[in-house]
Write a protein that binds this ligand. Structure first.
Ligand code: PRP
Ligand code: MN
Ligand code: MG
Length: 186
């Protein structure tokens, strides 16, 4: 289903993201200091850019794994039904685990994934989310570390999509629908 035409206004620059990622990685490195191995779990697809930058700044022995969860599909509204499309490759029982997510919106995705992973009894499980939209929360969940709190805007870029587009934008931008021309159907 095609969407109305829109433009993207920059909200968080690539430079600001890089500085924040470096600071988050320092906090994570300190918090998990002494670990034999940190299993960093990226939630596909949205977190693929963030996790790539984040792990390169974490100064610990790291293993990278992915779990694919989807609730939005091509819609702008959460379906509130989280589907696990691809599970982890590795075991996390007894391990130190960091879940990496691009954005926490209603909270359905993160709470579903955290519940699932905790049932596998990791030694410790924390969450790092780049963006948080607290005003939209429907499920009581918080990331351990958050990059930026943002207002209720539909954002894209740095891994985040609108109907699978704009993931490759190097910064975070907000979607602004452009007015249809006079006489054109909206
Ligand atoms: C998006 C985003 C988060 C989730 C946040 O994923 O990447 O995973 O929604 O929304 P929530 O807090 O309301 O659950 P999406 O379902 O669009 O899949 P994607 O990561 O493949 O784009
Ligand atoms: Mn996602
Ligand atoms: Mg999406």
């Amino acid at each position: 289903m095609p969407h109305k035409p829109y433009v993207i206004d920059e909200m968080i620059s690539a430079k600001a993201i890089a500085a924040r990622v470096e600071a988050l990685a320092k906090e994570i490195t300190r918090a998990f200091g002494g670990t034999d191995k940190l299993v960093v779990v990226g939630l596909l697809r949205g977190s693929f850019v963030f996790i790539a930058d984040l792990v390169r700044e974490i100064d610990l022995p790291v293993e990278v794994d992915f779990l694919e969860a989807s609730s939005y599909g091509n819609a702008m509204e959460s379906s509130r039904e989280v589907r696990i499309l691809k599970d982890l490759r590795g075991e996390i029982s007894g391990r130190d685990v960091l879940v990496v997510e691009d954005i926490v919106d209603t909270g359905f995705t993160l709470s579903h994934v955290v519940r699932l992973l905790k049932s596998r009894e990791p030694r410790r499980l924390e969450v790092c989310a780049l963006l948080d939209k607290p005003s939209r929360r429907e499920v009581d969940i918080r990331a351990t570390w958050t990059g930026f709190e943002i207002p209720d805007e539909f954002v894209v870029g740095y891994g985040i999509d609108f109907a699978q587009r704009n993931r490759n934008l190097p910064h975070i931008g907000k979607v602004r629908f452009t007015e249809p021309e006079a006489g054109e159907p909206a």
